[in-house]
Design a protein. Sequence first.
Length: 58
Amino acid sequence: MDVREAMMLVSLHSQNAARLGKLMLNKKALAEDPRDEFDQVFQEVLEEVTEELGLRLE
């Protein structure tokens, strides 16, 4: 195997790794429920606002 062939092989492997990474991110995005993330952010904001106003919600 010469240098040119080795470079082509490395390029091919890096392209495949990039595609696999993109597929894994897409799978993760599809598997998560976006409402969970919204609920988490909403709760954090609510806690910060109540703390700033000195309120106590239970």
